[in-house]
Design a protein around this ligand. Structure first.
Ligand code: HEM
Length: 484
């Protein structure tokens, strides 16, 4: 009797197992049976990479969206990919189902920045790094460095008075210096030139072909990467000997509880410089351009900034900017928002499906890349009226949810966004109250390096407002434009 009962239990278990197995199989095969999104995979292996890079990439994205709708498949850079351009799909990938889509970068880029940098990770290690980065960049922490950011902004403008400058290169220097300040505080400024020299070589290789042979940019860049890590090791060892607490990013990474290795710290410091510099510099360059093209907006920003100076003078306050001043710049803040939207310097980001995922009746197969197209979302008439027009006043009303994503969304969204906005506001305060500028040469072209930028980095001539300008300087070429 006992044997019979055991047999019955065994058979029941097998039956249940079989049913569960069949259900999973049935479910998976149904999922497998789902159609892929519409679109074309192009030629074998090369796919549509050529179509993407032989023109302005945004034309590729926009024309595909027009043809196939807000979710379509393609094949770029050797990978089958799905591009999405609706706010709901972006939320699905970046927020609600973020665990099903891991961040992904080409192996050569990972090697250059460092495999242990925050961007490449998910789960506990990512959460720990994110906590440390946010701690260093939250308003409470960055408030304290406003006077130093101000000095950097003033020095950077003063050193270029009367000169013809490449706006983008100047803004890169400024955003690099602010990034170092936020990472190392003022202590390690003596390493600034060495860090700059190595980082600039590293950056050239980052955007080059990944051929590691003596003399190639990629090879030089890997060597510079090594030297950077050595400089950082020196800074770490000096700090450990000094035993002072620091409120900067390095201090946050070095906290004893955190248990990060020197290599993890180095990868993340280099990663943060990378994330902070060209992004902020590109946005600043576009702001120079848009303010130049919109004299009424420039006038409104200038008046807002002058009124801050005036009210400080009247109340006998110190002249230096404080956090409360930067929170009292609504017009200037809307100019930043509108520039982030129109320029959409990060047109998209990359994820990879970690398993088969169903979205709106389509299959997103495991291993395929998924690209939320921020720029398409920002330039859709469904989300922003007259999307091609530069109109900061549109931000007087908050945008619809998930339609404004300049800093991404979800667990990988930008932890440096407060710092980026702060350093832009500080620079604009001094630029608009003390300077006027003229754009020199071509004004309508766009270059991709890799972010979209005004042609040739927007060459401008910068004058102190106190200086009288002679006619030649004011109008250096037929296409130049007097602003302010
Ligand atoms: C206007 C300037 C900036 C823009 C437009 C920008 C944009 C973005 C975006 C869109 C992402 C998310 C990428 C994704 O989801 O794949 C991101 C991530 C990130 N940004 Fe920024 N960023 C800017 C400035 C900064 C600054 C100043 C810092 C640091 C000081 C910074 C540090 C980071 C880091 C560390 C990440 C990775 C976060 C993670 O993976 O958890 N960014 N940024």
């Amino acid at each position: 009797m006992e044997t019979f009962t055991t047999m019955i239990s065994l058979v029941s278990c097998l039956l249940i197992f079989f049913l569960v197995y069949s259900f999973i199989k049935f479910f998976n095969s149904k999922r497998r049976g789902l159609p892929l999104p519409p679109g074309s995979l192009g030629w074998p292996y090369i796919g549509e990479t050529f179509q993407l890079y032989s023109q302005n990439p945004n034309v590729f994205f926009a024309s595909k969206e027009k043809r196939y709708g807000s979710i379509f498949k393609t094949h770029i850079l050797g990978c089958p990919s799905i591009m999405i351009s609706s706010p709901e799909a972006a939320k699905f990938v970046l927020v609600t189902r973020a665990h099903l889509f891991k961040p992904t970068f080409p192996a050569s880029k990972e090697r250059m920045l460092g495999k242990q940098a925050i961007f490449f990770h998910q789960g506990d290690y990512h959460a720990k790094l994110r906590k440390l980065v946010l701690r260093a960049f939250m308003p409470e922490a960055i408030k304290n460095i406003i006077p130093d950011i101000e000095s950097l902004a003033m020095d950077s403008l003063k050193s270029r008075e009367g000169q013809l400058i490449n706006t983008y290169l100047e803004m890169k220097t400024y955003s690099f210096n602010v990034a170092l300040l936020s990472i190392f505080g003022k202590d390690e400024m003596l390493y600034r030139e060495d860090l700059k020299r190595c980082y600039y070589i590293l950056e050239k290789g980052y955007n080059s072909m990944s051929i590691n042979l003596p003399g190639t940019l990629f090879n030089k860049s890997l060597k510079a990467r090594k030297e950077l890590a050595q400089i950082l090791a020196k800074i770490l060892s000096t700090r450990r000997q000094m035993r002072h607490d620091h409120n900067d990013l390095l201090g946050s990474f070095m906290g004893e509880k955190e248990g990060l290795t020197d290599e993890q710290i180095a990868d993340n410091i280099i990663g943060v410089i990378f994330a902070a510099r060209d992004t902020t510099a590109s946005v600043l360059t576009w702001i120079f351009k848009y303010l130049g093209e919109n004299p009424n907006v420039l006038k409104a920003v200038t008046e807002e900034q002058e009124s801050i100076i005036k009210s400080k003078e009247e109340s006998g306050e110190d002249k230096v900017l404080v956090w409360a001043d930067t929170k009292n710049m609504p017009i200037t803040s809307r100019v930043i928002q509108e520039t982030l939207r129109v320029a959409s310097i990060l047109s998209f980001t990359f994820r990879e499906a970690v398993e088969d995922v169903e979205y709106e009746g389509y299959l997103i197969p495991k291993g395929w890349k998924v690209l939320p197209l921020f720029r398409n979302i920002h330039h859709s008439a469904d989300n922003f009226r007259e999307p091609e027009k530069f109109d900061p006043s549109r931000f007087e009303v908050a945008p619809k949810p998930n339609t404004f994503l300049p800093f991404g969304n979800g667990i990988h969204s930008c932890p440096g966004n407060e710092l980026a906005k702060l350093e832009i506001l500080v620079l604009l305060h001094h630029l608009t109250t003390k300077y006027r500028w003229t754009v020199v040469g071509e004004q309508n072209g766009i270059q991709y390096s890799p972010f979209p930028l005004p042609q040739n980095g927007l060459p401008v001539r910068l004058f102190p407002k106190t200086q009288k300008i002679n006619a030649d300087e004011e109008n250096p070429s037929p296409t130049s434009q007097r602003l302010s």
